[in-house]
Design a protein. Structure first.
Lengths: 128, 205
């Protein structure tokens, strides 16, 4: 099975690889996994405490090319969005953008789960 | 668990394998959903002696081999091909403990809906940490530490494998307990993560 050009592009030049300071109150960390293939994905967001806008995002994924591309794309998409907007990102949008085949749809689900996990981690640490 | 014995479609002898009659040497037509234990003629159980499995496989593959059906009628020729294909898949699935456990779990849990993504508490975080450590070790090429990590992971994999048999036995005694199959699923999920890590460590000659 061939990867789409966009997957290969993200795989060769992943955007926003790295880590944010987990202990920073303005950082939310999402760690998710796909046991069916042994993938593990960490996605972090940095939120502006006043505007609730996501000002930075980083990821690190151990998995196949599609999982890496999905999380790389997810970090690009969440940057500049409010946390409420980012919460509405759906895995099907990732599938479309990257032209993922049916057997790789779970990779996009993983990326959506990672965004939601990062946001809920941020929210749980910043309860008013 | 009781094995439902089928009879030969030609001579009505009790069949060992659902694919072939050892009494009259007749190929048997078999349903698509035939299970791998029936294919190899073992009761549906995790307990299989690998020497016996290997021996049965050798016997059957010899009997079913398409080379021996070269001049047989077309239907028989095709049957020997499809029987050989399912025999190989069945053998490859049942010979290795983890894939056997996985297959058996799915046979047993038809009534029960399992959480297919369950993992032990804290396991995912640990796997992420180990993957990152492995990145560093691979970069530095420290062979002593790499083989240390391999040994550690192999040990954990063995520990998981050692649990399959007692868990399946426990399930036979308590078939109504929903926790046991879920526990097996969690074990299988964890094993897959360990395997992924092990796959990344190059073999040292």
């Amino acid at each position: 099975m061939a990867y789409s050009e966009k997957v290969i592009d993200h795989y060769n030049e992943p955007r926003n690889v790295g880590s944010l300071d987990k202990s920073d109150m303005n950082v939310g960390t999402g760690l998710v996994g796909a046991p069916e293939c042994g993938d593990v994905m960490k996605l972090q967001i940095q939120v502006d405490p006043l505007t609730k806008e996501i000002v930075d995002a980083k990821f690190k994924t151990f998995g196949c090319g599609s999982a890496i591309a999905s999380s790389s794309l997810a970090t690009e998409w969440v940057k500049g969005k409010s946390i409420d907007e980012a919460m509405t990102i759906q895995n099907v949008e990732i599938v479309e953008e990257l032209s993922l085949p049916p057997v790789k749809i779970h990779c996009s689900v993983l990326a959506e789960d990672a965004i939601k996990a990062a946001i809920s981690d941020y929210k749980s640490r910043n309860k008013d | 668990m009781a094995l439902e014995q089928s009879a030969c479609q030609k001579c009505e002898s009790v069949l060992v394998s659902r694919l072939f009659c050892f009494s009259c040497n007749a190929l048997q037509t078999f349903p698509n959903e035939v299970d791998f234990f029936e294919v190899l003629g073992f009761p549906i159980s995790f307990e299989i002696k690998s020497a016996e499995l290997e021996e049965r496989y050798q016997q059957l593959s010899l009997e079913l081999h398409p080379d021996f059906y070269g001049s047989a009628p077309e239907a028989e020729k095709r049957l020997s091909e499809s029987a050989t294909a399912i025999l190989n898949t069945a053998f490859n699935t049942l010979r290795e403990p983890t894939s056997r456990a996985d297959y058996l779990l799915h046979l047993l849990c038809k009534k029960q809906k399992l959480d297919e993504r369950s993992l032990p508490d804290g396991f995912l975080g640990e796997m992420f940490f180990l993957q990152e450590s492995l990145d560093e070790l691979l970069e530095s090429g420290n062979e002593a530490e790499l083989s240390g990590m391999r040994e550690d992971l192999n040990g954990r994999q063995k520990n998981i494998e050692a649990d399959y048999s007692p868990l399946f036995k426990k399930f036979e005694d308590n078939p109504e307990d929903p926790e046991i199959l879920q526990q097996l699923q969690t074990h299988l999920n964890a094993e897959r993560y360990l395997r992924r890590l092990l796959d990344r460590i190059p073999a040292i000659d």
